[in-house]
Design a protein. Structure first.
Length: 207
C-alpha cells in the first residue's frame, strides 16, 4: 500500500471485474449476431472464447460444419506411401552414439529394431589416455557429438580438475565439459561453432 492510501476492509478480489459474466454477455451477443448455436453448458463455450477469442469464435461458428475443418484421414490415407516409405527406410543397420552417466557407447541397431551390439567408446571416458609423445600432456576428448557453444579457457590458462572449460551443445541441450586434471592449457584444437564427434580431442592439458 502506498503512503496516503486508505486500507481496504474487503476482499481484494472484490475489486476485480466479473470477467466470466462479461464474457458470457459478450459471447451471447456475438452468437445472436452471427447465428451461432451455443452449447447447453454455455460456460464451456465461454471458456473456449476466453482462451482463444479469434480461433475459438471461428470454431464455434463452424463446429457443425465439417467442411470448415481439415478432414479426418482415412485408413487408406494412413497406409499410403508416405507411411510405408518410412518403414521401408528401416532396411539397414544403423549406428548410434548413446551417452550414459558421461560414458559414450556405440550402439548398432538392426532393421528389426533390435540392438545388435554395444561397444564402449574408450575415448569418451572422464580421463582419456595421455599423449605417448609427452607423458605430461593429457588430451580432453568430447564425451558426445555436438557443437562447441562456448570456449571458457585459452592457451596458457591454469586450471584445476573440475573447472568448466567448454560448453557443448547437443540435441538442443547444453553439456558442460570439465577438466579431468590439474594443469595448464597447452593447445586448443577447436573453436566456438565447430562440430565435433564423440572421442574427438578438444584440447591438451599440460600437467
Amino acid at each position: 500500500m502506498l503512503a496516503g492510501e486508505q486500507a481496504i476492509t474487503y476482499r481484494p478480489a472484490d475489486k476485480i471485474d466479473p470477467e466470466v459474466e462479461n464474457l458470457t454477455k459478450e459471447l451471447k451477443t456475438l452468437a445472436k449476431d452471427k447465428s451461432i448455436k451455443l452449447a447447453d453448458a454455455v460456460i464451456d463455450d465461454v471458456l473456449t472464447y476466453a482462451l482463444f477469442p479469434q480461433i475459438g469464435l471461428k470454431f464455434l461458428q463452424n463446429r457443425d460444419n465439417p467442411e470448415a475443418f481439415e478432414a479426418i484421414p482415412s485408413i487408406a490415407e494412413l497406409s499410403d506411401t508416405s507411411v510405408t516409405s518410412q518403414a521401408a527406410e528401416i532396411t539397414e543397420t544403423a549406428n548410434y552414439q548413446v551417452v550414459v552417466d558421461g560414458q559414450a557407447y556405440e550402439v548398432t541397431v538392426g532393421p528389426s529394431g533390435r540392438v545388435q551390439s554395444i561397444e564402449e567408446n574408450i575415448y569418451s571416458s572422464a580421463k582419456p589416455p595421455a599423449d605417448p609423445a609427452n607423458n605430461n600432456t593429457k588430451p580432453l576428448a568430447a564425451p558426445l557429438a555436438g557443437n562447441i557453444f562456448k570456449l571458457k579457457v585459452g592457451v596458457g590458462d591454469a586450471i584445476r580438475e573440475g573447472d568448466l572449460v567448454i560448453i557443448l551443445e547437443a540435441m538442443k541441450m547444453e553439456t558442460e565439459i570439465r577438466a579431468h586434471c590439474d594443469g595448464q592449457i597447452s593447445q586448443i584444437l577447436i573453436k566456438e561453432g565447430d562440430a565435433v564427434t564423440v572421442g574427438q580431442i578438444l584440447l591438451q592439458i599440460q600437467g
